[in-house]
Structure formats: structure tokens, C-alpha cells
Design a protein around this ligand. Sequence first.
Ligand SMILES: Cc1cc2nc3c(=O)[nH]c(=O)nc-3n(C[C@H](O)[C@H](O)[C@H](O)COP(=O)(O)O)c2cc1C
Length: 185
Amino acid sequence: MTDGRYSVAVLIGSLRRDSLNRKMARALEGLAPSSLRLAEVPIGGLPLYNQDLEGATPAWEEFRDRIRAADAVLFVSPEYNRSIPGGLKNAIDVGSRPSGQSAFKGKPAAVISVSPGAIGGFGANQHIRQTLVFLDMPVLQQPEAYVGGAASHFDAEGNLAKEDTKVFLRKFLDAFADWIARLRR
Ligand SMILES: Cc1cc2nc3c(=O)[nH]c(=O)nc-3n(C[C@H](O)[C@H](O)[C@H](O)COP(=O)(O)O)c2cc1C
């Protein structure tokens, strides 16, 4: 906790510039309650995990340090082929190693999936949750957050276009803030 707020590392599962998930992450930063400070930890520059490169890959160390410094982790991700996008899975793998030194261990987590499709990235969301069990990260259970028809939630400037979406996202963030406070107390 710094400046009286819990720091939340935001991992975005899409690497593309105009990503709907990135727009969602930005919107969440703006809607977060005063007890949370959300900040993206970029994953796009992380070399693919290869145990042979342990100790010789500064980008991995920097990423692990940023996760260690955070109080909690928020996953904001699309679904690729009904599962976790490769870039995000690589970041999870990088942060989880070396064995016994996972940067993620014990940190409260939450997952929101965003897709233009009707089921809102349900497959990716559930697969991330499955991974969090092994990472020993207590994950927010409710509300679950599957955002479908994602393009319709944003206006031309990338801002949230619908009031009911904002109401839901505030509820999600408030529940996450309570969850973090309970676990980090
Ligand atoms: C490799 C690949 C696989 C995809 N598979 C799915 C999928 O299983 N389910 C789905 O709803 N959308 C799928 N999509 C479409 C993505 O949801 C869509 O491209 C979305 O905009 C990606 O998120 P972003 O806007 O944050 O980049 C896939 C896209 C790609 C590139």
C-alpha cells in the first residue's frame, strides 16, 4: 500500500493498439474507488518463457519486481480460441518462476474478460481462474465479469458509452476493493 491506496497491477491480455480490453482497462482506472490505484504492467515485450534464460533476461526481472510491488492483480483479457491469449499466458508463466519464487503467490486477483462475441470471453475468464488456483491467488468470486458485445460499450473516443455498464463496473471494482482490504489487512 502506498499513499493510502492499494496498488493493483493490471495485466491486459491483448497487445494491439486499439484493443477493446485496453479501453476497458483505462475505463476501470477511471472508475476505481479511492482506495485503489490501478496501473498497467505491460506484457508485450516479455520474451517467451524459457528456463534456460533464467538469470539472463532483465525484462522478466523487471516484470516480476512490478508484480511483487503490487498489492493485487487485475486480469483484463480477451478470449483467443476459447482460452487465454498466448501473450498473457507467457506473462503468467514468467511471473510464476523460478519455482518457489512466484511473484504472484498470495496476491488477491480479479478477472474481467471482454469480447465482441456474445459470451464475453467466458472461456478465457475460466481458464485464467483455473491458472490462479495453481498460482495460489485468491480470486474474487462475485460479481463475475464477462463483457460481451464489447464494441457497443465504447464511444468513438474509447470512453464508456452506457450508464448501466458503468454501474456494473463500479460494483465489480468496489467488490474487488473490499476483497483486497480483507486479504491484505
Ligand atoms: C487468435 C484469435 C482468436 C480469437 N478467438 C476468439 C474466441 O475464442 N472467442 C471470442 O469471443 N473472440 C475471439 N477472437 C476475437 C477477439 O475477441 C477480438 O479480436 C477482440 O477484439 C480481441 O480483444 P481486443 O479488442 O482487446 O484486442 C479471437 C481473436 C484472435 C486474434
